[in-house]
Write a protein that binds this ligand. Sequence first.
Ligand code: SAM
Length: 280
Amino acid sequence: MAAHSVQVVYDLLAKSYGTNAHRTIEFFQGVQRMAILRACLWQTKRLGKTLEELDVLTVGVGNGEQRRTLCILCLGLFHQRIKDSRLVELDISSEMLRVARQLHPRGTDYLKKYEDGKAPTQIRGDAVSTVLPNGSFDVVIGALIDHIPNQPKLYRNVFETLRPNGMFVVTYPHRRLMKVIRKDIYGIPIDQTRFVVDGREYCVPSLTLLPTEIKALMRDAGFAVSTCKALRLYDGWYPDVFDHHPQHPFSPTVWRAHKLMRVRPSRIPVLSFAVGQKLL
Ligand SMILES: C[S@@+](CC[C@H](N)C(=O)[O-])C[C@H]1O[C@@H](n2cnc3c(N)ncnc32)[C@H](O)[C@@H]1O
């Protein structure tokens, strides 16, 4: 199957991203959610700032899932949240940016109570080539940044845009799980992922990194690596998945992979996760 342009496919995918039509993405979002939230809370302690005072960039924002975590979930759990006005959202797909914009419509009671009325800043561009202001962010989140081709350049770009003591949080699909899903179930190359939109199949390039490989990328760009590990089922939190499918908390594809892997569901390495620090 031919590989398609990432931007074109995400423009098409946007309307159904984060719905039941793409259960594996929803599952990944659930698995990474608490790890990203914990890293941001830890960063507040390191910097002596509140969540409201953090300047945050999300690279490849997608449908704005990290905003849901860092704003709504955070507020519910800790009575503080990252401010929309301090968020910058970058994505190559204008349609994904539009979906992210709709996540918290302005003017709702929620925003009136907790926000200063300013929506996040959005930038449409390639994370590798977009020039970002130097030393502007306390946190950069790159969740599921597996489609970005020139990873060393991306890491250098992020390093420059972080303030001293800034933090880079990343996740990628884990190679062990992806090998089974891509090669054994779908019969596609391991460095591609497959989406079905309106009954048509599309393949786009997608990296499957191991934690050790992320560590090398981080170090080469100048980061000190503070966390580097595989995220498994119980690292996650997915009430939405349980709500829709109380019989099992998996995407059907991950469920099939789990049967082939012959390991307990709780032992499947789902994502590779790492946190890098730009030390002073
Ligand atoms: C798998 S989604 C992840 C979205 C979100 N971070 C999440 O965790 O759900 C990847 C996103 O990265 C965007 N993307 C892909 N290549 C990119 C690039 N080179 N620069 C910026 N964004 C890119 C896609 O448009 C898509 O929205």
